[in-house]
Design a protein around this ligand. Structure first.
Ligand SMILES: Nc1ncnc2c1ncn2[C@@H]1O[C@H](COP(=O)(O)OP(=O)(O)OP(=O)(O)O)[C@@H](O)[C@H]1O
Ligand SMILES: [Mg+2]
Length: 473
């Protein structure tokens, strides 16, 4: 069997409560109504009978058996009280009756005997005149003597008819309020169950890893706060999923890049080795090939080192050994180291240092690595005849290093990406200079590890300018 939905259960239980309430109310009302009507009718009859029994005219007419007067009296009473009226004498003989069925009879019913012996009588549902009725009997006394009795008798039929009309009215009212409350219950059940159903659907989608929907519900009840919490969780899951997706993408891209970078040197190494094994390369040519192979292994070595470096930086495993350094001394040593390379390229290295020394806090080897990487790039991408300026600019709190070259610069579209791993500008146009595109990624991580920031600006044809600042000692 299909499990009953929350909505159905809410609706059914609401409807059940309403129905029960109406049934109980209807029952009570019906009982009260019947009770009240019968009692008030009985009281009315008793009052009329009592009043009549004290009327002198009636007593005289009974004693004189003046049926004409009696008839006119009972006709009046019968009309005003909507009842049959019967008058008997002390022997039970009917003197006057609005009901022709018992005219001129002598009554010997128990009720008659009881009333003639002095006890008033009233009964609901008896059959004084042959049909179920309300009967009230009252003795008529004259000077302490019972001279007869008066009976008022109204069939229950008419009474029941009016009761039936009342009941019908109650039923209509009940049906109407049932309908109204069913509508209200429906709306209420819908408004409670809808957000819960939606959350249910959304949670199922979540479990299946599908797209998530936010639940739309406004208000300030418990459901609203539940919905708000649910939506917050949905957004969190959405974000986590997006992040996971991005990370997964990055990881795949990274593996592809690494494999790609490894392929060229490994393939060329394998090729040379096979040629040598097959004895295809003459002895005299071998040194040339060894040099090429060394170049490949050097490239592989650098790649592995860069990857390791980066992995450690990413995992924040790199422990910097910060110390107070003289940046000018460090830069001079570096430029001296690079001068043979610069001369070979036909590029001049220019120093732009301040006159006074401001010490910085940095890891010496790492700061060297940063500057070397940037200068290496500048040397590599600046054509012969150009120059590279290394500027050191101390400020109050930090010292900025600026490496400006006169090379082709970096296109604006590539600028935001140069610090990404494996990013190389326009591989087609710049012939392979042996770079892997990891240099600037490592530089950025290192600068940040020093608590600094690195920026690059470049106008096409005006060269590139890299600037980073680290704290002063
Ligand atoms: N001074 C510069 N002038 C022009 N282009 C540059 C300059 N510095 C970097 N680039 C561009 O940015 C790219 C990324 O530089 P990065 O140092 O990260 O990698 P790489 O030099 O190619 O390789 P690696 O440094 O890992 O050997 C370079 O490939 C190059 O296209
Ligand atoms: Mg580089």
């Amino acid at each position: 069997m299909k499990p009953k939905s929350l909505f159905t259960r809410l609706l059914l239980s609401n409807a059940l409560i309403i129905l029960l309430t109406l049934l109980i109310l209807g029952g009570v009302f019906n009982y009260l109504l019947q009770h009240y009507l019968s009692k008030s009718r009985e009281a009315q009859f008793t009052k009329v009978a009592k009043t009549m029994s004290n009327t002198i005219l009636l007593k005289q007419s009974m004693q004189n058996e003046d049926t004409w007067t009696l008839d006119s009296i009972i006709k009046q009473v019968s009309q005003s009280a909507a009842t049959d009226v019967v008058i008997i004498n002390a022997k039970g003989q009917v003197l006057a009756s609005t009901n022709s069925r018992i005219a001129d009879q002598t009554l010997t019913n128990t009720e008659v005997i009881s009333v003639l012996s002095g006890t008033p009588y009233d009964k609901w549902g008896g059959s004084f005149l042959g049909v179920p009725s309300l009967t009230v009997g009252y003795p008529v006394k004259d000077k302490g003597q019972i001279i007869g009795a008066i009976f008022l008798d109204a069939p229950l039929k008419g009474f029941q008819a009016s009761l039936f009309t009342f009941r019908l009215l109650i039923l209509y009212a009940a049906l109407f309020s049932l309908l109204m409350s069913a509508i209200v219950a429906y709306i209420l059940a819908k408004s409670i169950s809808r957000p819960i159903l939606e959350m249910n659907k959304s949670a199922k989608a979540l479990a299946r890893g599908k797209d998530l929907n936010l639940v739309n519900y406004h208000g300030n009840d418990e459901i609203a706060s539940l919905v708000a919490m649910f939506n917050r969780s949905v957004r969190e899951v959405q974000n986590t999923r997006a992040q996971q997706h991005k990370l997964e993408e990055q990881r795949r891209e990274f593996v592809a890049n690494v494999s790609h970078e490894f392929r060229a040197p490994v393939t060329s190494l394998q090729g040379f080795l096979e040629l040598m094994q097959d004895g295809i390369i003459p002895e005299a040519e071998r040194p040339k090939y060894f040099a090429l192979m060394l170049n490949d292994t050097a490239r592989l070595n650098r790649l592995v080192n860069d990857l390791l470096d980066m992995a450690r930086l990413q995992a924040e495993q790199v422990k910097l050994k910060p110390e107070a350094l003289n940046p000018i001394k460090l830069a001079e040593t570096l430029l001296l180291k690079l001068s043979p390379q610069a001369t070979e390229h036909g590029v001049s290295l220019v120093m732009d240092f301040p006159t006074s020394v401001t010490f910085v806090v940095a890891d010496k080897d790492r700061l060297e690595q940063i500057l070397l990487n940037l200068l290496d790039n500048a040397l590599r991408y600046t054509p012969a005849g150009g120059n590279i300026v290394l500027k050191i600019q101390p400020d109050h709190t930090s010292t900025c290093f600026e490496i400006q070259d006169s090379g082709p610069g970096i296109p604006a579209a590539d600028l935001p990406h140069v610090f990404e791993r494996f990013y190389k500008v326009d591989k087609a146009r710049t012939p392979d200079k042996g770079g892997t595109g990891l240099g600037l990624a490592i530089v950025k991580d290192l600068v940040e590890a020093h608590g600094g920031q690195i920026e690059v600006v470049s106008e096409p044809g005006q060269g590139a300018k890299f600037t980073f600042c680290i704290p002063n000692a």
